[in-house]
Design a protein around this ligand. Structure first.
Ligand SMILES: *[C@@H]1O[C@H](CO)[C@@H](O)[C@H](O)[C@H]1NC(C)=O
Ligand SMILES: *[C@@H]1O[C@H](CO)[C@@H](O)[C@H](O)[C@H]1NC(C)=O
Ligand SMILES: CC(=O)N[C@H]1CO[C@H](CO)[C@@H](O)[C@@H]1O
Length: 276
């Protein structure tokens, strides 16, 4: 019903009216597109518009379903991930308490934020602010609920990496490295704050990975930066039955998460939510 008048109008407009609109040229799928429409200050790569729309859709879905709704809706995917991990644990030579047979997905970013230090980032990461932000830290984050039990942070998490959507817990996230349990994790050395914990399937407690996070203050001068920074690095350890293709999804995921989480730490210091 709308099509005909619009087409007629378009046909009647001189071509130059289109040419005068601010345009944005980009290659998509190897081909060139000259696009216009959005205001000049909003012209941006296609991926930016898609990302904005995807964020709106994801937020709406995650918030409407909530943790329990997500667990029900994604139950088939979670069962698939359980099988995926059990198969990999089964065929791996690396076992807890043993030095050999482990591989890791490593992701790291050195971040330069005026108010974030290694100590402050750790404080934020272990605070309820991190749970509140979790869903925005990465699109494949569905929920994270953490309670403190003794000296450990105990988390219940639904998260995916390349579509392996895993319901797991970190029952024992602690500062330091338990060398008896994790002999494959080397201390990183002076200045590093390290924390480690098991990643265990919620369904039956299978430990399928080990999370290790390391943070350290760095001098801006070492990176030709005007302010000091923080080196934030995460390694997720798995038995050697896990394919490198999977580790690559996690590497990408981790770098995203480090950037978003440290950005949010800066915001939560600025807005006074994180007392420093
Ligand atoms: C945050 O950084 C700014 C800029 O360096 C500084 O003026 C401010 O005092 C800092 N605030 C906190 C809470 O560290
Ligand atoms: C360290 O790991 C060993 C072996 O898994 C375990 O028995 C012990 O309770 C752990 N120690 C701490 C402090 O968690
Ligand atoms: C996935 C996602 O929502 N990413 C967030 C990363 O952090 C920036 C800054 O806080 C947010 O704007 C993004 O939404």
């Amino acid at each position: 019903m709308f099509c005909k008048p619009i087409l007629a109008l378009a046909a009647a407009l001189p071509l130059v009216a289109f040419a005068a609109d601010p345009t944005y040229t980009e290659k998509v799928g190897g081909y060139t597109f000259i696009k216009s429409g959005p205001k000049a200050e909003n012209l941006a790569p296609k991926i930016n518009y898609e990302w904005e729309a995807a964020q709106i859709a994801l937020k709406l879905l995650k918030e409407s379903l909530g943790p329990e709704g997500l667990l029900t809706t994604l139950a088939p995917a979670i069962a698939e991930a359980d099988t995926y991990w059990k198969e990999r644990v089964e065929r791996s030579t690396g076992k807890l308490g043993q030095k050999e047979g482990w591989v890791s997905a490593n992701g790291r970013a050195v971040v330069f934020l005026p108010n974030v230090t290694a100590e402050r980032f750790v404080k934020w990461y272990l605070s309820p602010l991190a749970d509140a932000f979790n869903n925005q830290a990465n699109p494949e984050h569905y929920f994270k609920r953490t309670v403190v039990e003794g000296t450990s942070a105990v988390s219940d998490i639904l998260e995916g990496w390349g579509g392996v959507t895993t319901h797991f817990g970190i029952p024992n996230f602690n500062l330091g490295i338990n060398a008896t349990r994790y002999p494959f994790i080397e201390p990183r050395g002076e200045g590093w704050i390290q924390a480690t914990g098991d990643k265990a399937l919620k369904s039956d407690g299978t430990v399928f990975g080990v999370l290790e996070i390391g943070v350290k203050n760095v001098k801006g001068a070492d990176y030709e930066m005007p302010i000091d920074g923080v080196d934030i690095s995460a390694r997720v350890w798995y038995g050697d039955g896990v394919e490198d293709e999977h580790l690559e999804y996690e590497r990408k995921h981790i770098t995203n998460e480090i950037i978003n989480s440290s950005l949010q730490t800066q915001k939560d210091i600025e807005n006074g939510k994180l007392p420093v």
